[in-house]
Design a protein around this ligand. Structure first.
Ligand code: COA
Length: 333
């Protein structure tokens, strides 16, 4: 039987930085309020002519280079995004495949908001274990600044742009395989976090010009509570069903939405501060890109080593959630 292994990681953030002080000039807020309530200090913002696929390509190039797998051997690309280059088609994954010069690959996007990367991981795992694909590029890429309302202080302080990517490939060595991915969704919470305008749920001709803007809207306080509960339960479930103690986890990588959420979940699970990966201060919430960007951070600062166990834990609009137990298994390990 084929197993699926995480071979490499890469990430990219655009150059421009938007600080809390910058935001305080745009809406009624302050560095003190944002820092205290979210832990966020700054976020990166893509240039006007920089698209989600451009960010994804930069992250993918790093992941491919670090994977020891030839670009030509990639047989599938999945992109998790809620800010695609184009509203309906082509998918951002196909644009990325063209920009990378990949030729004939299976390519598609998935929409699972901040849980997107964990969903792509579960799909990649299933395709590889079934024997249908061998080397899959998964990308989480977001230009959230394009769907953020910079007049709404409840949301604009939270989000940023960026991308992360990984190569998942087939192995017959069970020791290096992804152990488990657990995903779920509950549509009854859809109104907590959504972009209500622009789709067939709100036909364009029924809207005035301003309402047509495809901006994110969020019930922040309610989302916060559901996030803490869901993220905590999700981890308990995946550890328990795989008979793994939390102490065996080297790096706990939760979705980076708000430091208070990360702290509450880490404490509820009894994780030490050394285990919990936190990058929210410098990137804000980059939705589907947040988890691979955080993994890339610990890879680039040298704290992620071959064979170490990652525990991923995501939560997002839909509502969606997902967790994964993933050993880091670069090819020369
Ligand atoms: N600056 C200053 N004041 C702000 C503000 C801002 N940017 N945003 C909201 N406020 C005000 C509110 O108007 C409210 O004022 P009031 O008491 O006079 O009515 C007060 O701060 C408290 O608002 P509340 O929404 O209860 O704050 P909070 O502590 O819940 O923090 C969030 C708001 C958005 C930071 C927080 O709810 C959050 O992070 N939620 C989850 C977000 C998330 O994870 N989303 C993505 C999921 S993938």
């Amino acid at each position: 039987m084929a197993y699926a292994a995480l071979r490499s990681i890469g990430a990219y953030v655009p150059q421009k930085i938007l600080t809390n002080d910058d935001l305080a000039k745009m809406v009624d807020t302050s560095d003190e309020w944002i820092s205290k309530r979210t832990g966020i200090k700054e976020r990166h913002i893509a240039a006007q002519d920089e698209t989600t696929s451009d960010l994804g390509v930069q992250a993918a190039l790093k992941a491919i280079e670090r994977s020891s797998i030839a670009k030509e051997d990639i047989d599938m690309i999945i992109c998790a995004t809620i800010s695609p280059d184009y509203f309906c088609m082509p998918s951002t994954a196909t644009v990325i495949s063209k920009k990378l010069g990949l030729g004939n690959v299976t390519a598609f996007d998935i929409s699972a908001a901040c849980t997107g990367f964990v969903y792509t991981l579960s799909i990649a795992k299933a395709f590889i274990e079934s024997g249908m694909k061998k080397n899959i590029l998964i990308v989480g890429a977001e230009k959230l600044s394009a769907i953020t309302d910079y007049n709404d202080r409840g949301t604009c302080i939270l989000f940023g742009d960026g991308a992360g990517a990984a190569i998942i490939s087939a192995t017959d060595n069970k020791q290096e395989a992804i152990i488990d991915v657990n995903t779920g969704a509950d549509g009854t919470y859809a109104d907590l976090l959504m972009t209500p305008n622009g789709g067939t749920g709100s036909p364009h001709d029924a809207l005035d010009g301003e309402a047509n803007a495809c901006f994110m809207q969020m019930k922040g306080n309610e989302t916060f509570k559901v996030a803490v509960r869901t993220l905590t339960n999700d981890v308990k479930e995946i550890l328990e069903s795989n008979s793994i103690e939390s102490s065996a986890v080297k790096h706990f990588v939760p979705h980076q939405a708000n430091y208070r959420i990360i702290k509450a979940v880490g404490d509820a699970l009894g994780m030490t501060s050394e285990q919990v990966v936190v990058t929210v201060a410098k990137y804000g919430n980059t939705s589907g890109a947040s988890i691979p960007m955080a993994i890339n951070d610990i890879y680039e600062n040298g704290s992620l080593k071959a064979g170490e166990l990652l525990l991923l834990d995501a939560f997002g609009g839909g509502l969606t959630w997902g967790s994964a137990l993933v050993p880091f298994s670069p090819i020369d390990s």
